[in-house]
Ligand binder design. Structure first.
Ligand SMILES: C[S@@+](CC[C@H](N)C(=O)[O-])C[C@H]1O[C@@H](n2cnc3c(N)ncnc32)[C@H](O)[C@@H]1O
Length: 336
């Protein structure tokens, strides 16, 4: 058995309450086969409201750096994250949109200009009277100043997060081994300004998989032939989002960590999630006969995770029953 030189180490099969930046230091070196997690996305959730953009970047960079010593040589770090679709940028010019399809009054700029040519002295009030509309409508048609999101809102652009994660992992000593796309349900709540733009709603996230140099045991028998064909060898994973997020508002579906765990670890190995939330990764680890360590800074998350773990642990010898229970946990409001 390995000698643990760390004071008060985190013992597997438990969920710990605290900041990952402190608790990761208490994990035995080279002990984790796979760490799989989904961090705050910097999209204004309650658990990230105190973070500035720089704080958020530092959190990700620090947590990734702390992983290098605790992951086994040949082991993996898998980060699930999405790009930021509405990244506020004060310096961005106001997006001017002339929203032709939503006009209540069918009046074009060309029509106004034609009348203006005949009556060059008419101001917008006179033109409004002529067309039977408001002077704002005339102004909007002529100047296209229907500003996206209102005149005083700062504008938003897209921020690609992958480069930040890749850079942090590379600096820590990891190598990008693979990346997969999780196709989920369309996230309409992120589409606030979409009626006056050509932007799409978000319907996918990424899974970045980093490798720590060392010998990686490749055992293709971990997956059935069907699993290899359907998802093991596929870059795009179609997994519906969790329907009910009532107990924790950013759960990922248990199928996501389950696939990663099955693919990258052996039964009995330790899986870590240092942004554990409602305990999904632990549930997936239990389902696949792996050990887990979970960390979350919110006491409520730790309580929810422990309760969920308790409710499925009694079915470890009955996988069908456990699957039913996991489905129930994803669908119900009842564990909070
Ligand atoms: C995106 S959620 C993870 C949800 C989880 N995958 C699930 O299925 O429930 C991120 C979690 O990270 C936790 N968190 C945020 N900052 C943290 C930190 N510094 N240390 C530990 N946990 C943190 C939040 O409380 C939240 O539960």
């Amino acid at each position: 058995m390995a000698v643990i030189n760390i004071f008060n180490p985190l013992i597997p099969n438990d969920i710990y309450h605290g900041d990952s930046r402190n608790l990761l230091k208490r994990i035995e070196h080279n002990s984790i086969a796979l760490s799989v997690w989904s961090p705050p996305y910097y999209v204004g959730k309650e658990y990230e409201k105190d973070l500035s953009f720089d704080d958020w970047k530092s959190l990700l960079i620090d947590v990734i750096a702390l992983h290098f010593s605790i992951i086994k040589p040949g082991g993996f770090l898998a980060v699930n994250i999405a790009d930021i679709l509405c990244f506020k940028d004060e310096s961005m010019p106001k997006i001017m949109a002339e929203n032709v399809s939503r006009r209540k009054i069918a009046l074009s700029k060309e029509e106004i200009l034609a009348v203006k040519e005949m009556h060059p002295d008419w101001n917008r009030y006179k033109l409004a009277e002529h067309f039977g509309c408001s002077e704002q409508t005339i102004d909007r048609r002529l100047n296209g100043n229907n500003i996206r999101g209102g005149k005083y809102q700062s504008q938003t652009r897209i921020f690609l997060v992958g480069g930040l994660i890749e850079g942090a992992a590379k600096d820590a000593g990891f190598y990008l081994y693979d990346r997969r796309i999780w196709v989920k349900d369309a996230a309409w709540e992120n589409s606030r300004w979409h009626t006056i733009s050509y932007r799409s709603v978000d319907e996918s996230e990424y899974l970045y998989i980093f490798w720590k140099p060392g010998i990686t045991k490749v055992d293709r028998a971990r997956l059935t032939k069907e699993e290899w064909v359907n998802w093991g060898s596929r870059g795009v994973w179609d997994i519906p989002s969790v329907r009910s997020n009532a107990d924790h508002d950013s759960k990922f579906p248990v199928e996501l960590p389950r696939r990663v765990i099955k693919l990258f670890t052996e039964p009995g190995e330790i899986v870590l999630d240092c942004f554990m939330g409602s305990g999904t990764t632990a549930l997936a680890a239990i389902r696949e006969g792996r050990k887990y360590i979970g960390i979350d800074k919110e006491k409520r998350s730790v309580e929810i995770a422990k309760k969920a773990i308790d409710s499925i642990s009694k079915y470890t010898k009955e996988p069908e029953q456990m699957d039913l229970m996991l489905r129930d946990l994803e669908a119900s409001y009842g564990i909070g």
